[in-house]
Design a protein around this ligand. Structure first.
Ligand SMILES: [Zn+2]
Length: 260
């Protein structure tokens, strides 16, 4: 899925395919200028936004795979945040902690069930309670498998419900992570910095932030409210309402990923 970039030399809009690394090396077809676009966004965010975009464009079945992948990558993001947050709390060296984390992740990288196991322990250790939402029913696992592995053609409302469930779970866990997410954020910044240091002269670096469905939660800028007394508290939104609200507020921003 391409997104538009702007050549820093001549101003021409150049569509670029989303890279797995979030680092995009571009040569402008108009003026030949070379530039690198670093997108400050995590894999789970990109995947969820692509799923949302597909849903908005009417590709409901395709959206399921993106939402499912977003949830898996979010579990990884949680484990990374927790491990790096803990290392920071022990005054460990960040680079060493990151290297140990990467090495550990290699043992589980090819099997999602192992990753869920890592996540379950990280959640227990961080929150001190059972991740009660890790049931197949709560995660919509059966629906996901029917669509992805057995070619089931889902109805739109089934996909909406699945998207709402994944959205609500990630949103809740991001809220619980709060400032803890900043540690995984820092790891991405370091990867960008390492790449930046290798750029030859004459190549421009461009840092971008994109709109997204989880924007408000990033950098732990919006911790869950723990205010004292509420008069007439508004009833909490259910999953479908929360997803619909986020879609109305942030969906239009996803137009940058429009199929061209
Ligand atoms: Zn140009």
């Amino acid at each position: 899925m391409p997104f538009p970039t702007t050549c820093p030399t001549c101003g021409r809009e150049v569509p670029v395919e989303f890279a797995d690394s979030a680092i995009h090396e571009v040569t402008c077809p108009q003026c030949g200028a070379r530039y690198v676009v670093y997108v400050r966004k995590h894999k789970f965010e990109v995947l969820f936004d692509l799923g949302t975009r597909a849903l908005m464009d009417g590709y409901a079945r395709e959206a399921v795979a993106s939402f499912a992948a977003a949830l898996e990558r979010f579990f990884e993001f949680y484990v990374r945040s927790f491990a790096l947050e803990r290392a920071a709390g022990m005054d460990g060296d960040f680079g060493g902690a990151l290297a140990a984390l990467e090495g550990t992740w290699r043992h589980v990288a090819s099997q999602s069930e192992r990753q869920v196991g890592m996540f379950a322990l990280a959640y227990l250790l961080r929150e001190g309670r059972e991740p009660e939402f890790l049931t197949a029913k709560a995660l919509g696992t059966d629906f996901r498998n029917r669509v992805i592995h057995r070619g089931y053609l889902p109805r739109r409302e089934e996909v909406d419900a699945y998207a709402a469930r994944v959205f609500a779970l990630i949103d809740r866990l991001l809220g619980e992570l709060g400032p803890g997410a900043a540690h995984a954020e820092l790891a991405q910044e370091q990867a960008f910095a390492a790449h930046l240091a290798t750029l030859p002269e004459g190549v421009t670096a461009v840092f971008e932030e994109h709109p997204g469905m989880f924007r408000a939660r990033r950098f732990g800028t919006m911790p869950p409210q723990k205010s004292a007394v509420q008069v007439n508290p508004t009833p909490p939104l259910n999953d479908a309402q929360a997803f619909a609200q986020a879609l109305a507020e942030r969906g239009p921003g996803l137009d940058v990923f429009k199929r061209r």
